[in-house]
Design a protein around this ligand. Structure first.
Ligand code: SIN
Length: 581
């Protein structure tokens, strides 16, 4: 089949693009997803969609200010301006497609308040089942309009020919290798919460798009800013059941092990998660409490949350709810311009997989569905108008030419205001940076390989070493573990891959060919974890969702974006970028 556009992923971002590309633009669009069409992370989104639709109480300027404040100095202001200005129109379009949002008795849209928002501006559906409603509306529109829907297909790698992306290599539902080609390829593959042992993300969120981009040398940034949601139910289920931030917007309180309040409930998410991590460490406990006993009509306002609490044997009218932070959202991703174009002609990225710059160091609550709707539409319009390649706008404007060019293992540090790569103009700052760890040599043999166990080993190492609060030692330990996982993977595939490099093996399609989708996902988790660890190790400050014990404050010299352009050897960490000559 000859496609004009191939969209990978079926969340709000990808499907928002498909409906515009297929119907108004009349292009032949294919959607490829590794699960069923309706089974994306979007479906799990609770709180809602932030948009300044609240009349005189709100404005796009206020939404912009809140987004920039949450992003802790690293948002791209132009991208945020696009987000907040175009958001209300996209909400109207979604309603036109059939999405039904909750309304007040008089018919106005009901708006909730969440952390970091200075006013109530979050639309919701079914109480806290907003993602499911958005997905329902979009899936039904896409089924009517897409030229091809490839479900249960797993994309392994981008096909790059003559300097442009022309398609993907994939496994079909029977596990056979296929090539799917298109004039334009859109990555809308979502997040990477499965990097961590404790997450709200579904099992499919394995960072596939970011990993494929890194393997193709496409710039990726802000990976150290992995947002933890403060109020995941402390429960053996994985993904962890989420207790929406809207509960705090309605008056639920956070309490420590002694029943004391300890942080402002509606502070941005990074602030709350960090305060919780500090309090749990100080009190020697693994969870704290959400007290929703004062909320009236809990069951009517939050029916889906009430149902998941009932399944866990909890009654929010009388029980305090055990909570702990869980990995929730990757604020960074593939660098794009303001229309979703990546640095590689023919390749676009949108939604959680992208780094548009709207989230900076920490995403404002309920800005993610909005980002998917706004930038999915812009991307569709750009492709339909014949655009082919990036423009110097948004985060992309500093990455044209040689800026941000890196070789394997190097990370460029691009000042967010000037675009200057600070490696070049600052001298050594931490000459006593410890040497990179050596990779453990317990590689095992192919007979020992159990992909599921290796995945758990990686996830445990990442939650212990690169969770809410990090230290150089915790990052080194995690890197050594990720390196060991990569080498186990290599031992199973070296003969096939014909290489003795863990990097090559962990990123070779031969792994997938040899061991199927599970090994391919593990290879992607290794790639994303390795890059995340390197950035977290390099960034010697606390900013947004990245907190370092040894540098507890934000530092002005770190108002820069860490950009990766290649895969580094798993298990190694870079020297501090400012110590490089
Ligand atoms: C929530 O309902 O708390 C999650 C919303 C989001 O992730 O923005």
């Amino acid at each position: 089949m000859k496609l004009d556009v191939l969209v990978l992923g079926s969340g709000v971002a990808g499907l928002s693009a498909v409906v515009r590309l297929a119907t108004p633009a009349g292009l032949r669009v294919g959607v490829l997803t590794k699960a069923d069409l309706a089974q994306s992370t979007t479906r799990w989104a609770q709180g809602g969609i932030a948009a300044a639709v609240g009349g005189d109480e709100d404005s796009t300027d206020l939404h912009l200010a809140d987004t920039l404040a949450a992003g802790a100095g690293l948002c791209d202001v132009d991208a945020v301006r696009v987000l907040v200005d175009e958001g209300p129109g996209r909400v109207d379009e979604l309603i036109g497609l059939g999405a039904v949002f909750d309304r007040e008795a008089g018919g106005d849209l009901a708006l909730a308040r969440e952390g970091g928002h200075s006013t109530a501006r979050v639309l919701h559906a079914g109480g806290a089942a907003t993602g499911a409603e958005v997905e329902r509306a979009l899936v039904s529109a896409v089924r009517r309009s897409a030229a091809a829907v490839l479900e249960q297909w797993f994309a392994m790698d981008l096909i790059v020919e003559a300097g442009r992306c022309v398609g993907v290599r994939a496994l079909d539902p029977e596990g056979a290798r296929q090539e799917v080609r298109a004039a334009q390829v859109v990555l809308a593959t979502g997040g990477a919460g499965q990097v961590y042992a404790v997450t709200t993300n579904p099992p499919e969120a394995t960072g596939d798009g970011v990993a494929m981009a890194l393997r193709a040398g496409v710039p990726v940034a802000d990976l150290e800013f992995f947002q933890f949601h403060p109020t995941a139910l402390h429960h053996p289920a994985m993904p962890r059941p989420l207790l929406s931030e809207a509960l705090r917007g309605h008056g639920a309180l956070l309490r420590d092990a002694n029943g004391e309040q300890f942080v402002e409930e509606l502070a941005p998410r990074d602030v709350v998660s960090r305060a919780m991590a500090d309090r749990m460490a100080a009190q020697g406990v693994g969870y704290l409490w959400l007290d929703a006993t004062g909320l009236e009509s809990f069951g009517e306002r939050f029916p889906t949350v009430a149902a998941s609490l009932a399944a866990a044997g909890l009654d929010p009218a009388v029980d305090w709810l055990p909570i702990a932070p869980a990995a929730h959202y990757l604020s960074g991703g593939i660098v794009t311009d303001l229309d979703g174009a990546s640095a590689l002609p023919g390749l676009w990225a949108v939604g959680e997989v992208a780094c548009t710059g709207v989230h900076g160091a920490n995403r404002l609550a309920s800005n993610s569905l909005l980002e998917g709707m706004v930038f999915g539409a812009r991307l569709a319009e750009a492709i339909a108008s014949g655009r082919d390649g990036p423009e110097d706008t948004g985060v992309m404007r500093y990455l044209s030419g040689s800026a941000g060019a890196t070789t394997a293992g190097e990370i460029a540090c691009i000042d967010v205001d000037t675009g200057v790569d600070s490696d070049e103009d600052t001298g050594p700052e931490t000459p006593d940076t410890p040497p990179p760890p050596t990779v453990r040599s317990d590689t095992g043999s192919s007979a020992d390989i159990d992909v599921a166990k290796l995945r758990e080993r990686l996830q445990r190492a990442m939650i212990e070493g690169a969770g809410v609060v990090r230290s150089p030692q915790s990052l080194r330990t995690a890197a050594a573990e990720v390196g060991a996982v990569a080498r186990h993977l290599l031992s199973a595939t070296a003969a096939d891959a014909g290489t003795d490099s863990a990097t090559d093996a962990a990123n070779s399609p031969h792994i997938v060919g040899g061991a199927g989708r599970a090994a391919g996902e593990l290879a992607n988790l290794v790639t994303v974890s390795g890059a995340l660890l390197r950035a977290a190790y390099v960034r010697e400050e606390t900013r947004g969702a990245h907190a370092r014990r040894d540098f507890p404050e934000a530092r002005p010299q770190w108002r820069c974006r860490l950009v990766h352009r290649a895969v580094a050897t798993p298990g190694t960490l870079p020297p501090h970028p400012r110590t490089q000559s």
